[in-house]
Design a binder for this molecule. Structure first.
Ligand SMILES: [Zn+2]
Ligand SMILES: [Zn+2]
Length: 343
């Protein structure tokens, strides 16, 4: 089988390896599609661990099942989530599944950018999903990223009737727009620097889409005017620029919550004015990844059409061109989701 091995964003090599055999409790999946995530473009995070096989948003057809697998059969169309929790540690007992130490250690093997992959027994047991017939393999690649969006919405405590500011409308931002509408938010104000993405934000249902003003104080005043409130109940920052984070911190109402969703470079930092947080009871929070409850809801929203997954996919690549897909994802040039398609 062909496997893509990542060294850096410009250097991805195709290797030939034997197709693995599923052991007890495992399944072997023939990959049909796999999404390219922004996390697959973060060289500072990936290169020190290279060579490695990426791809954590895969869908495919079950080719073989190991002994003891009863809930899935050969031929099943599935999406597999790459991280699974132990369900019994301190973090899991508190519902913080993404903080479980097993969660980060679990992976599909060798990864989604491979013609076949193995899902382990606990992957099969806890976070492997049959795709309904009308959900395509392509649409299924959006389950994991949408699950991350759902995880963030829950963590921010967003409720029906809230006013929400969203900063950044890449693929994740556009899924936030659709999910927040599903959640019943009362007012949604969206900020985006790029023209093309502002247009997309409107297409995906955002009513008010703004280019942020240079001066964040002036922006806060404009927002107050729009909301007839001192700021938004919840602010989601889905852009990795420090300027976006600084703006977001200005736009929360008293008692509001600001959620950091995108990951800046680890050397970047922000200034915080604790007195502002104190007197206004502002909560700052963030989310990493998504758990097995979020993936179930994500599949549901895609299956029912509350989130239109296929419309988010703008570029499709063969495995051999994975490096191009990574560079396209990183460039933000008129593209949303890039995926790798297999025959
Ligand atoms: Zn991802
Ligand atoms: Zn655990």
């Amino acid at each position: 089988m062909k496997v893509a091995v990542y060294y850096n964003n410009h250097d991805v090599r195709i290797e030939d390896r034997p197709i693995p055999k599923p052991k007890q409790g495992e399944i072997l999946v023939k990959t049909k599609a796999c999404g390219v995530c922004v996390a697959d473009t973060m060289e500072w995070y990936l290169s020190p661990r290279a060579p490695l096989t990426l791809g954590h948003e895969p869908t495919g057809i079950i080719e073989k099942v190991g002994s003891g697998v009863t809930q899935f059969k050969r031929g099943g169309r599935v999406a597999v989530h790459h991280h699974v929790p132990c369900l019994i540690c301190e973090h899991c007992r508190r519902g913080n599944f993404t903080m479980c130490s097993l969660f980060r250690k679990t992976h599909i093997h060798p990864g989604g950018f491979s013609e076949y992959f193995i899902a382990s027994e606990i992957h099969v047991e806890r976070d492997t999903h049959l795709l309904p017939d009308h959900v395509s393999f392509e649409a299924g690649t959006l389950i994991e990223p949408l699950a991350c969006v759902i995880h963030a919405i829950k963590k921010a405590g967003i409720k029906a009737g809230d006013s929400v500011v969203l900063i950044g409308t890449g693929t994740m931002g556009l899924m936030f727009i659709q999910s927040l509408i599903y959640w019943g938010v009362r007012k949604l104000i969206v900020y985006e620097m790029l023209d093309w993405r502002r247009k997309k934000a409107r297409e995906f249902g955002a009513g008010t889409v703004l280019t942020p003003l240079k001066d964040s104080q002036e922006e806060a005043a404009r927002l107050q005017d729009l909301l007839k409130l001192n700021g938004a109940d919840k602010v989601i920052i889905a852009a990795k620029d420090i300027s976006a984070i600084n703006l977001g911190l200005r736009l929360a109402n008293k008692g509001g919550t600001v959620l950091f969703f995108a990951t800046p470079h680890p050397d970047e930092f922000i200034k915080i004015y604790p007195s502002h947080l104190f007197f206004n009871e502002i909560t700052i929070t963030s989310t990493y990844s998504a758990d097995h409850l979020d993936t179930r809801m994500a599949l549901d929203l895609i299956a029912k059409g509350d989130v239109s997954a296929e419309k988010l996919i703008t570029h499709r690549y063969p495995l051999e061109n994975l490096s191009d897909a990574i560079l396209q994802t990183d460039s933000r040039r008129e593209s949303l989701k890039c995926i790798v398609k297999f025959d």
